[in-house]
Structure formats: C-alpha cells, structure tokens
Design a protein around this ligand. Structure first.
Ligand code: SF4
Length: 900
C-alpha cells in the first residue's frame, strides 16, 4: 500500500521533525506517486533549514510495511466500534470493581500536545486518578524537579540564540553531536566565528561532541554534583558572586554554600573526588567565573541518575550565584530528549503534575475541576513510570493503556517489565507500528496515525511551540490519538467532557486552561493563543511561551527582570549533598554500564531501524570498551561480548574505544527483540530511581563483561524478511532490496544445508560450497540469475565483506565471475570493501574515506567533502570525519581499516 498525499498537487507543508527536542522545522512535499521529499525549513528558528541525518531520512521512514492499519483484539482484526467498546467497557469495569487507582495510562513524548491533553483530562478529571505517566519520566523528570525547586516552575529560562552568543558553553552529560545534532552545529558555527569562545564538555566518555571542546573533563561517573558544588565554593571564595542578584532575587544561598563547602571545599578535593586533574578543574572554574556570557547545557547524563534532581540544582545554583539567567548569551539550559517532552510537561502528562503546570494543591484541583466541569479530580500525584509497572506487577494496577511508546524495551529491568505485561489483566496499546516488543502483549491494539498524518503541536527545548501538520492521508483505519481517546471517553459515559472534533479545538481549550485564574503566578500561560480559529491555528508560526495575550509575540527569555514563580518571588538555592550512584561496582560486577543514543537511531528503532542508510552507521548492538580493559578480558575488536548482572544479560559486538574510561562501558539503548536477540540493554539496568523525580539511573549499572565465544559465525542476506532464526546472536539489519542477518551460535553440528533450505527457501537455482574440515559453508539462491538469498558460515567473524554482497543484490543478474566470487567468498579486486558507512547521506564508507585522506592528504572535513561529498549535507558526521582525519594522518593508520 503506497502512502497517499493529503493535498492535490505538490503542496509543500511546513511541519516539525518527530525526533529530538531540538524541534527542527521540516518542509514535506508529497507527490501523487507516493514520493515524499523532505527538507529543512529555512524559516524555522530552531534549525534555519538544516536537518541532521535522522531528519534528512524522514521520507524513508514512511513505508507502510509494518504499520498497524486496523484495530485488533487478541491478534484478530476487528471494527473500530468493537475495539473502542472493548477498551471502554474494560476500563469501566476495572474502574467500577477496583477503583480509579487500578487504571493507568503510559504515554510518550512522541504524542502531540493535543493527544496528551485529552489523555490527561480523561485520567485526572474523569477516571479520577493521576496514574498517567510518560516515557519523558525516563529522560527529563529530574530537570522538572530541579526547575521547580529553584524557579517555582518548570521553566527553561533561555533560548537557542543564547547558544550562538555565549562566550562559554559548558555541556554536561550531553553528547549533543549525536543526540541534538542541529544544536551542536549551531555551537560549532558559533565557535568558528569567535576565537575567544570556549567549549567545555563534562562527560566520562570522550564522545563526538568533544570534537568541539577546548576542555574535556572525563569525570568519574556520578560525580557531577561535586564538580558543581566545587564551582559554587570557588565562585564565593574568589569573589565572583553577583551579590546584588543573590541578595535581591534569591533565597537560601548560605545553606547551599555550606553544603557545597562540605562536599567540595577546594579544587584539590574536587579533583580527587571527580577523578580529574586539578589543572583541568581550575581551568573550568576560572573560565566560568570570568565569563559573563556562560551557558550550561545539560541532558540525560545529568538527569538519568539516582541523584539527578540534585545534580540539576547544583548546576542551577551556580547560575543563580552569578546572576547568569534570563539574559542574552547565558543561563542553564536543559536539552530535552523527545520532540514533545515539553508539551507533555505542559499539559500534565507526568503523574506528578495536575495540568497546565499546576500541582495538586486544593485550590489547583478545584480550579481544574471547575474548568473541566469534570465529575471528579485526582487529588494527589499518581504513580511514576517505574512505580506504575511495579504496581501492575503487584496487581494493584489492572489495566494499562500504552500510547506511542515501547516500555518492554525502554524501561529499566526490561525482562521484568515483559513478564509484568504478560500478566496484566488488560493491556491496550495505541501505536502506528504493528510489531514492537510491547504490542506483543496487547489485548487490544489501536492503530494510531503517525508523523506526516497527525495534526497538532509540539514544544521544543526552548519552549517553542510548533505545528506538526499532516501531508499524508492516514493509511488503513489509523486515527489520531486524540480521536481514539475521545471515542473511549464518550463510551465510558463522559461525552460532555470530550466534544472534540479537531486538534485545533483541543489546543484552544489547553491554551484557555493555561490562563484560567492565572494572575501571573503560573509561568506556563498561552492564553493569547486560546482564541485562534481553525485557519489561524493551522497557520500558527513557531512561538515561545508564555504568550499571555493575543498580540504577544512570544517570550525568548524568562526571569531577566520578572519574579520567579515561588511563593516569595525569589529563586531558591538548593543545598546539595552529593550522593554516589545507588550501586557500586563489585568483584562480581566490576564495570559501570552507561547507556545512551547513537547518531542515526531513534529510541527503540521502530521508525529508524527500517531505514538502510540509518543502520549503515552502526548496524549492530555494541559495547564500547577501553582497549586495555578489552585486552584484560580477552575481548577483540568486532568480537562478541556477553554483558550480565543479576538483573539480566545481553550480547553485543565489541567496539574498542580509547575515549572510554577504564572500568566503564557504553551500550546504545536502541536494540529490541524485534531487531536483535538478547540485545535489550535495559535488561541490565536495575529499577533504581531518583527519590524525587522517579527518573531511573540509566547511566550507572554495575555489570560483568566477558567474551562470548560462539562456535560458529555467519550472516544471511534475503530479499524477504526471515523469521525465527535460531541463533544465540542474531541482528536484523535492513538494506536496499534485502534484509541482512548477523548470526552466531554456541551449538555445534548445525546442518547448514538443511538450515538454508528451511530459512532461505524459494524457487530458483542453488549454489553451494561446504568445507566440513574448515567448518565453512556458503550457499546462494538465484532466480533468473538474480541473487535472492545467501548464507555464509565459518568458525570466526572474519567472513566476506557485507558491502560487497549488498552490491550483488542491486545487480539484475550475476555473471559467471560474480557467481564464482560468491562461492570463493572473494570479492573481485575492483570492489574493495568500503567499510561501515560514516556519512549516511551519501553512503560514504570509512575505508573509502581513509584511502582518500591518505592518498590526497585531505586535512579538513571541507577537503573531504570536496572530494567525496561526505559531510556536506546534514553535517552530522563532521565530528567523526575530523576524528578520522586526525587518526588517519597519524602513523598508526593501519589499525583503522575496518571490515564492513
Ligand atoms: Fe530532528 Fe535532527 Fe532536528 Fe533533532 S536535530 S529535531 S532529530 S532534524
């Protein structure tokens, strides 16, 4: 089924990228032939026309192959009426028999604000509990707590322009080069324009972001609060406080300073406790103290910690102490992970917020109930994500409705979450994808519209509300999430509260609630947008809240001269007593596991994992480990490792990384059971959370690492997807016109001829080679001379290059030489191995780049771009290009050549 454009003719539609919190504007143009062209929106203030590798590949994510197109009950297609009746009656029965606390919604930062608003209203105002939480709990909840403690509101004070004009940018726990690439590019451009500008990266890993760093502090994992407490001590001791601001605009300084001094009295102590050199710490402190225009960007490396809230406040304390907040070029700045994490926070999508940035006080509850005219109202916070799934496991929550997220992969203790979902009395899943690890547990599956089909708004990291506009017709019977929620609410007897016929109608109500009985005490106020009619809503251009009246043009910065949203109107310093991570490494689990994103994948890969060019950069789950640790363990680069602890186990490809601290490893978060066997890293993460925010400690899980030594290695290519491949290690990788499977197993004696006939079965001619002594097997199936499938097996991972075989799948027919090369497993001499793709826009492989850099002495990314185009489109690979140039022009170049 091809995608169908919404508009006749090639009408460009301005919309917003559905991935990270940068919130880039996108121009999408759909043709009648189903072709979609995507480009950056030059008028959008977040990206000025740029897109990163993920955004640039958006058009390739619109295939309908694995879409959920129709409602299902128990795996069988049903009509919408039946599915909605089943959900409504199921929720109503559990509500009646067990009360409101037995029902829960688990939402997502992928939802649009309008979807979120309806879900929150249904749960808190009509079901009557606050058990609605979201996957944003997993990435930004600690910042919410930090903001609310310091400012009295969950407010990001600054805007992206501050990144352009800052003279010092400190990135803490943020690999922006890969996770927020367009902001990274803004930083990079600003750095190129100012010789005096400094960039500091604070991160245990040397990441691609360090390409920009004048100073990289590879601090001991979990020691961030000590470093920032030390900065507060230093600022005070050396007379760098803005005493007027501290005196006139804040409270609690003395207590915060006392706590800082107690844990971080001087540079020597800080350096020792953080595992840093005194010179490096002193340099950071000196630069921060002497640079008025300082921005501190922080992200999941700070938030995803059992003391994440305190880490956030340790950072905010330093900005309050210097008065560097709300003015151009300065301020603390949290980078949100998801496209609409902020929108979820605004409507009350977190169980700890009521609605429109209101908490659960009596007055607020009465106000919201009055506004909603609802029969009930939640009176206190609900269950946070990890608690929510624990309550399901304990049987206290009996029905969960999961929307646009994949908790079977993304929550900590993922194996237990899987077992929990299997036992839950009623699991409803709304998703656009038919097969995720989570949909496997759904009693009822509801097909949701997705990016390109949905209509609504998102809010990015700088409080900017942008429109997501549809340009495609929703396929099959897919419907917007707000519509699905509305239909269920009506069937539960709440028709009066859910009259919505459009996203615009919901937005107006949301905007009106933000201004309802708000005399300025609530920061989130967009009442100025409450009267947009449908055409005006459709035409809404990106705008930063607050927007307190209709003529208002939005608010770039907060708190410059205005009161904070605390009772006193003053910002609050928070005393921070640094705590170590919840679990320390031990003799059984001596390595610290840190998890995070990679450049070209998004979350659990349901969208990006099917795009060949996005999987070409890093194709398999991997563990990054310091070469010395690897040598001690007997691990080889590109070999396999087993990671384990009491919580779970996983297998991953070994990647030697000099930038990894000894005794630590990094593993990407993305792989799920759908894309790999035994590769869910969150199976290794214990459900330990920050006591205030409920955010899990994804950055610090003690584990054991050991070689995984299968007796056979192999890979298969097939034009059609293969199912149920019995292999201990199995990764599914999309290619152009084929699927590739990387395989390895511990069981000897496999009958490979039988295996290929079973799994690669089909019409055509077989080519086959077997050397039992060498334990090698090769087989290929051709139809009309065209390669259909092939299998290569051997005792080691040193098998033929995959890039060569991928090229054979593009050929219309294989000649004699190509057939012979298949059986000898030797590519022709004129087809060298391009290596893993580094530039995904132009498909340029690492080995091709190395050869060109050596041959032509290419010394800059610009020179590489001129020669090979690499890095000249989205620019996401430029930090890696620069690193490759440095490494290639170094004498140890021979170690760089990598097999693809
Ligand atoms: Fe999308 Fe990339 Fe922009 Fe993030 S930086 S919003 S992923 S284009």
């Amino acid at each position: 089924m091809p995608v169908r454009p919404l508009h006749v003719g090639r009408r460009p539609v301005a919309t917003t990228c559905p991935y990270c919190g940068v919130g880039c504007g996108v121009i999408a143009t759909a043709g009648g032939d189903g072709e979609v062209i995507v480009a950056g929106d030059p008028t959008h203030p977040a990206n000025h026309g740029r897109l990163c590798s993920k955004g640039a590949a958006l058009a390739e994510t619109l295939e309908l192959d694995d879409r959920l197109l129709y409602p299902e009950i128990a795996g069988q297609r049903v009509a919408w009426e039946e599915a909605l009746d089943t959900v409504a009656s199921g929720l109503a029965r559990i509500l009646r028999e067990h009360g409101p606390e037995a029902v829960a919604f688990y939402c997502s930062g992928q939802l649009l604000t309008e979807d979120y608003y309806v879900a929150n209203k249904l749960m808190k105002g009509f079901i009557g509990a606050a058990n609605i939480d979201t996957n944003s709990r997993l990435c930004m909840a600690s910042t919410v707590v930090g903001h609310k403690r310091a400012f009295g509101s969950d407010t990001v004070p600054g805007c992206y322009e501050d990144l352009d004009t800052a003279e010092l940018v400190v990135l803490v726990g943020s690999n922006a080069a890969w996770c927020h690439p367009i902001l990274y590019q803004r930083l990079s451009e600003a750095a190129a324009c100012s010789e005096s500008r400094k960039v500091v990266v604070i991160d245990p890993r040397r990441t691609a972001t360090c390409d920009l760093a004048d100073l990289h502090l590879a601090l001991r994992p979990g020691s961030d609060a000590i470093l920032f407490n030390g900065l507060l001590t230093y600022l005070h001791a050396h007379g760098w406080l803005d005493e007027g601001f501290v005196e006139g605009r804040t409270e609690g300084f003395e207590d915060a300073l006392a706590a800082a001094r107690a844990s971080a009295p001087d540079i020597a102590t800080v350096a020792a406790r953080c595992g840093l050199s005194e010179v490096a710490v002193a340099q950071l402190y000196h630069w921060f103290a002497t640079t008025e225009r300082s921005v501190t960007l922080f992200s999941q490396g700070v938030n995803q910690s059992s003391s994440g809230s305190d880490k956030v406040n340790a950072i905010l304390n330093c900005h309050l102490a210097t008065g560097r907040i709300g003015r151009p070029g300065m301020g603390p700045f949290s980078l949100t992970g998801q496209p609409n994490a902020m929108g979820g926070r605004e409507v009350g999508g977190l169980a700890t917020t009521l609605a429109a940035h209101m908490d659960f006080g009596d007055a607020a509850c009465a106000r919201v109930q009055r506004f909603w005219q609802s029969p009930t109202i939640a009176r206190g916070p609900g269950l946070k994500a990890v608690e929510l799934f624990e309550a399901i496991a304990a049987g206290r929550v009996k029905a969960v409705w999961i929307m646009a997220t994949n908790p079977a992969v993304s929550l900590p203790d993922a194996d237990r979450v899987n077992r929990t979902l299997a036992r839950c009395e009623l699991v409803v899943v709304s998703d656009c994808v038919r097969r995720t690890d989570t949909t496997a547990y759904a009693h009822v599956l509801l097909p949701a519209a997705t990016w390109g089909e949905k209509d609504g708004t998102t809010t990015n990291s700088e409080r900017r509300i942008s429109r997501q506009r549809p340009f495609l017709q929703a396929p099959g019977e897919a419907r917007p999430d707000w519509w699905i929620l509305t239909q269920v609410a009506r069937r539960m007897g709440f028709a009066g509260g859910f009259p919505y016929a459009s996203a615009g109608e919901i937005f107006r109500e949301h905007a009106a609630l933000s201004g309802f009985e708000n005399q300025g005490e609530r920061a989130f106020d967009i009442r100025g947008l409450a009267h947009l009619d449908d055409p005006a809503y459709d035409a809404l251009t990106p705008i930063q809240w607050p927007v307190p009246h209709p003529a208002h043009q939005g608010t770039a910065r907060m708190f410059a001269g205005q009161a904070f949203h605390t009772a006193s109107g003053r910002a609050r310093f928070i005393p921070v007593q640094p705590r170590p991570p919840a679990a320390a490494p031990s003799s059984a689990n001596p390595f610290v596991l840190n998890t995070g994103r990679i450049r070209d994948q998004w979350h659990t890969m349901t969208r990006t994992g099917t795009v060949p060019r996005l999987t070409a950069h890093i194709a398999e789950p991997r563990v990054e480990i310091h070469p010395d640790d690897a040598a001690d363990l007997g691990l080889e680069d590109a070999g396999l490792a087993r990671l384990s602890n009491a919580t779970g186990t996983m297998l991953a490809r070994v990647h030697l990384a000099e930038g990894q601290l000894p005794d630590t490893v990094f593993v990407p978060i993305h792989w799920s059971d759908r894309f790999a066997a035994q590769a869910r890293v969150n199976a290794l993460v214990a459900p330990v959370t920050d006591p205030l925010s409920g955010e899990p400690e994804f950055k610090h899980a003690p584990i054991a690492v050991a070689p995984f030594r299968p007796v056979w290695h192999g890979f298969a290519f097939s034009r059609t997807p293969l199912e149920s491949l019995a292999a201990d290690y199995c990764v599914r990788i999309p290619g152009r016109q084929f699927w590739r499977y990387e395989l390895a197993g511990e069981r000897d004696g496999v009958d490979w001829a039988a295996w290929s006939r079973e799994h690669l079965a089909g019409a055509g001619e077989w080519l086959e080679y077997q050397d039992r002594g060498a334990r090698r097997y090769r087989a290929a199936r051709l139809l009309d001379g065209r390669l259909q499938a092939c299998l290569f097996v051997g005792p080691t991972h040193d098998l033929p290059t995959r890039t060569w075989l991928a090229q054979l799948f593009a050929a219309t027919a294989l000649d004699g030489a190509a057939r012979a090369s298949l059986l000898t497993a030797r590519p022709p001499a004129d087809q060298p191995d391009a290596g893993p793709t580094l530039c995904s826009c132009f498909g340029v492989g690492r080995n091709v780049l190395i050869a060109a850099i050596q041959r032509d002495r290419l010394t800059t990314p610009e020179a590489v771009g001129a020669a090979l185009l690499a890095g000249t489109n989205c620019g996401s690979c430029v930090p890696e290009l620069r690193a490759l140039i440095d490494a290639t022009l170094h004498p140890a170049v021979a170690t760089l050549v990598t097999r693809g």
